[in-house]
Ligand binder design. Structure first.
Ligand SMILES: [Zn+2]
Length: 674
């Protein structure tokens, strides 16, 4: 029976079958059957996983997602070590990967060098004589990966999605969000106090006296607090128009005359500017005001801080440990740093991602996985089309435009057709790690300009490396992308049946597709332009309907006295909802002629929802809950399950959940969209 059992999906090439044993073991070990599904579905579906996989000290949250990332790190490590072990030609990719990995691993050398490798950047700041020298210094530093005051880069013009444009963005603060500078609750005040200690300690490690360090910290805090006050919040930035102020270059100079833009961009290597997007005018005007009215010594303290902060993980263990104590422990609750090999791997992966990616897909991504994913995506696309048609609140006119958008999705699966070229990058093992970081940043900046400045948008570009365990939707190219890294258990498993795969990767695909139709994505048309394709009436109905889920998440208490942010997480919550609706529809389509059997006592529909929830199995620390609630557009894992499923009618049917259950939401209060 086991061996002869072939499901319809397999015949169609969509997903393989499984034996009873393997399904039992994978899903049942995740469960906590002492819990009632309608009381706490997250615990019911994932409690067993949490029991078997305790939180580890190096994590602030640890779940199945992270377990896959761990597995993938082991795979990448083997690839990197193979490269490092080769007797390779200088200048070859293998030499670059191997030497970079070894340099990051060589803590003895970095401890001996101390802060010397960045001394010249500190000295440069100290030797500034006039305020006129600040902008040239900012530009020189920006080229080599040392930030300050604001950011600039070339990106898609949302009003003309085939064109690249130069943008100027808020920046220059070192706490994750503007609220960290102003929130008055005890926790936020405590984090600020710890941040100040961190700044003082870092200045001391760079050789300043306690008194100097204290003074410099006060100057840094004053400047960063002023910057943060003029920044847009994450919720404000969710509206694309809030970050769009296109103007001529002459208008930029009139709007912010306090910054010498000609000098700035000439040093950055950008010439012939006609228009810019001054994305965040108030923040950039404030930069000019700060430079104008702040004493020179305080400005220098701030610029020194940016050197210190930008290079804090490139120098000695002491600096790295101090940085971890604040960003890892205070902000996120982690107890210990990741072992050095993981940090070295992250550095290689972050800077030479495509070299590793090419090796990774050759070894770990079978062509059959790509074929199956391609088919799965097609099935999800059909299902989303059916879901669009099923919406009674939407006019035929808007539906037609929605179908057009859906039919023009670009789908990227596995890995790109062309790989990044690193031939112009030199990694010289005699240089310090910090100097290598400078040259890698400069290489990256030059590549950015060469590829984008004065060029049309490259729609073939990938915004994630293939080894990334994630997926994305990009509204300006109307594309969905699923890197090879996510096409593994617990998201995708060639050995598992359709109930499992549609519940996991199927929902991921549906999630990314729904981003094209969430509160942000719906404002972009099929060509990726910010353009309204909705009738006024339909747009009003969309907003009215999605307000339901804003209100629902606003009421969720994530910690005593701390509520989720429904506005911040709206797009992601819509995408989770849509993902579930579309994937279930596609699953029903795929299995309608050959229904799947009950396995391990669970119906196919139940296994679909258990599989979805299993993706989010995991632990999270209180510190990280606070951090994510301020800064993450995604809901916490627990609430991606317990907040989302009560809005899915079919989930009630699958588990027989009634109004007696604590998770029950009356039908008229459920989100009804897609
Ligand atoms: Zn998303």
């Amino acid at each position: 029976m086991r061996k002869l059992f072939i499901c319809a999906a397999m015949l169609l090439g969509l997903g393989a079958c499984t034996t009873k044993e393997s399904m039992d073991s994978k899903l049942l070990t995740n469960l906590d059957t002492t819990q009632e599904p309608g009381t706490d579905f997250f615990q019911y579906a994932t409690g067993g996983w949490q029991n078997a996989n305790p939180m580890t000290d190096e994590y602030s949250r640890y779940g199945q997602f992270d377990a896959l990332r761990e597995k993938s790190k082991e795979q990448l490590k083997d690839l990197v070590l193979e490269q490092a072990a080769q007797k390779s030609e200088p200048g070859s990719n293998a030499q670059k990967v191997g030497d970079l990995y070894n340099i990051v691993m060589d803590s003895t050398r970095r401890n001996a060098e101390g802060t010397a490798p960045v001394k010249r950047y500190m000295d440069e700041v100290a030797s500034l004589k006039t305020k006129g020298e600040i902008i040239p210094l900012l530009a020189r530093n920006y080229r080599v990966g040392i930030g300050g005051f604001f950011g600039t880069y070339i990106g898609t013009d949302i009003m003309d999605s085939n064109s690249n444009q130069l943008g100027i963005y808020q920046g220059g603060t070192s706490l994750p969000e503007k609220e960290y500078y102003s929130d008055t609750d005890e926790n936020s005040a405590n984090i600020r106090a710890k941040y100040q200690e961190y700044i003082v300690n870092m200045f001391k490690l760079h050789g300043f006296t306690a008194e100097e360090a204290q003074q410099k910290m006060n100057a840094v805090m004053a400047i960063e607090t002023r910057l943060a006050a003029k920044h847009l919040s994450r919720v404000e930035r969710r509206n694309p128009l809030n970050s769009y102020h296109k103007m001529t270059y002459a208008e930029l100079k009139n709007t912010v005359p306090g910054i010498d833009w000609d000098t700035y961009y000439s040093i950055l290597g950008i010439e012939g500017i006609e228009t810019v997007n001054l994305a965040h005018p108030e923040a950039i005007k404030e930069v000019a005001a700060i430079i104008d009215d702040t004493p020179m010594d305080n400005l220098k303290a701030y610029l020194e801080w940016k050197v210190i902060r930008s290079t804090s993980n490139e120098l000695s263990d002491a600096l790295e440990a101090e940085t971890f104590a604040f960003y890892g422990t205070v902000l996120s609750g982690k107890k210990v740093q990741q072992p050095r090999w993981k940090r070295a791997l992250d550095a290689v992966n972050g800077s030479l991602g495509d070299i590793i990616g090419e090796l990774y897909v050759a070894k770990h991504f079978p062509p059959a996985a790509k074929e199956r994913m391609t088919q799965l995506v097609k099935n999800l696309q059909v299902a989303l089309g059916e879901r669009i048609d099923a919406q009674e609140w939407m006019s035929a006119e808007t539906k037609k435009a929605a179908h057009e958008k859906l039919n023009t999705f670009t789908v990227k699966i596995g890995y790109p057709d062309k790989w990044d070229d690193y031939s112009k990058l030199t990694i010289d093992p005699t240089m310090s790690y910090a100097d290598i970081c400078r040259s890698m940043s400069e290489f990256g900046w030059q590549k950015h300009i060469d590829e984008k400045w004065g060029k049309p948008v490259d729609r073939e570009e990938w915004h994630m490396t293939p080894q990334t365990v994630n997926a994305y939707y990009n509204p300006t190219t109307n594309e969905i992308c699923f890197p090879a890294g996510i096409l593994q258990y617990p998201f995708f498993d060639m050995e598992e049946d359709d109930a499992f795969n549609y519940g996991a990767i199927g929902v991921v695909i549906g999630h990314e597709m729904t981003h094209g139709f969430d509160d942000q994505g719906r404002q972009f048309d099929k060509d990726g332009n910010f353009a309204n394709w909705w009738t006024d009436e339909d747009a009003a109905k969309f907003n009215e309907r999605t307000q339901v889920i804003v209100d629902f998440f606003d009421k969720i208490e994530v910690l005593p006295g701390l509520n989720a942010n429904g506005k911040l997480t709206l797009g992601e919550n819509i995408a989770d909802h849509g993902g579930l609706m579309i994937a279930m529809q596609a699953f029903k389509n795929a299995t309608k002629d050959n229904p799947l059997p009950i396995i391990g006592g669970f119906t196919p529909e139940q296994r679909f929802y258990l599989s979805y929830s299993g993706v989010w199995a995991g632990h999270v620390r209180d510190e990280e809950i606070r951090n994510l609630t301020k800064s993450d557009v995604h809901s916490l894992s627990r609430w991606r399950v317990n907040g989302t499923l009560p809005h899915i009618d079919d989930w009630y049917t699958a588990f027989g959940i009634t109004e007696e259950s604590p998770m029950f939401v009356p039908a008229e209060e459920r989100l009804k969209i897609w």
